[in-house]
Design a binder for this molecule. Structure first.
Ligand code: HPA
Length: 235
């Protein structure tokens, strides 16, 4: 049965779903990494696909940008389509001096300036964390394969533009390594629906050096991240 934002059949999604923000990234992942792919939803052009990676059923769906959009789509995937493992694959702005463009970060937890989780948690501060088992699965893989990946706390902000410069130091002081826009909402939503969630990010910007990956240069780093995430999920 279609939901307000997903027009897929009841059994259209696999239990594991990758979540890029950009629906065209979802299409790219489906076409380049999965086999026997079907486009299962296209409402509002927020494309979703299901196929197989090395014989394992995997879905991939765009979420749009920011917590309201990501939480909306991930909630419908969990609540109506039985998705149990959600892995955001996105980009971030580094605020840690050791990180370089194209580095990969696994976000083990996410602080936020959004009010979304507080609203659900009756005004209290929720500790938005990745699912330990999913985190462990990715970490086991990167350790085993000796892949160079950072693990760190991120900050999920509502503001891509006009991010207050004076906040940077506060975030750095608290050990946060990068800024993005979805993880804190995804982690809280997954907790509510008893699903597992994780966020894997590629550094596309540095808020310290003001370097930015051009759109055309994002593909290489993005592809590394997708390859390692899929391998880790199925091994
Ligand atoms: N800020 C927030 N989200 C982002 C950024 C950024 O600089 N880069 C990529 N996602």
């Amino acid at each position: 049965m279609a939901t307000p934002h997903i027009n897929a059949a009841d059994d259209a999604f696999a239990a594991t779903c990758l979540l890029p923000g950009d629906p065209l990234r979802a299409k790219f992942i489906a076409e380049n990494y999965l086999e026997a792919v079907t486009c299962v939803t296209s409402l509002r052009n927020m494309l979703g696909f299901t196929g197989y990676y090395k014989g394992h059923p995997i879905s991939v769906m765009g979420t749009g940008m920011g917590m309201p959009s990501c939480v909306l789509y991930s909630t419908e995937l969990m609540k109506f389509y039985g998705v149990q493992r959600l892995v955001r694959v996105g980009s971030c702005g580094a605020i840690d001096a050791t990180l370089r463009l194209n580095d990969i970060i696994i976000a083990h937890c996410a602080s936020t300036d959004s009010n979304m989780n507080r609203k659900c948690f009756t005004g209290m501060d929720y500790s938005a964390a990745a699912s330990p088992r999913l985190l462990q699965k990715l970490l086991n893989y990167v350790d085993r394969e000796e892949v160079d990946v950072a693990v760190g706390q991120v900050f999920s902000t509502d503001s891509f533009y006009n991010f207050p410069a004076e906040q940077l130091q506060v975030l750095q002081d608290m050990g946060i390594v990068a800024v993005e826009m979805e993880a804190a909402g995804l982690y809280a939503a997954a907790a509510k629906y008893k699903a597992q969630a994780l966020t894997v990010l590629t550094v596309s910007d540095s808020l310290l050096t003001d370097e930015h990956l051009a759109a055309a240069d994002r593909e290489a780093g993005f592809s590394n991240m997708i390859g390692l995430t899929l391998e880790a999920l199925v091994t």
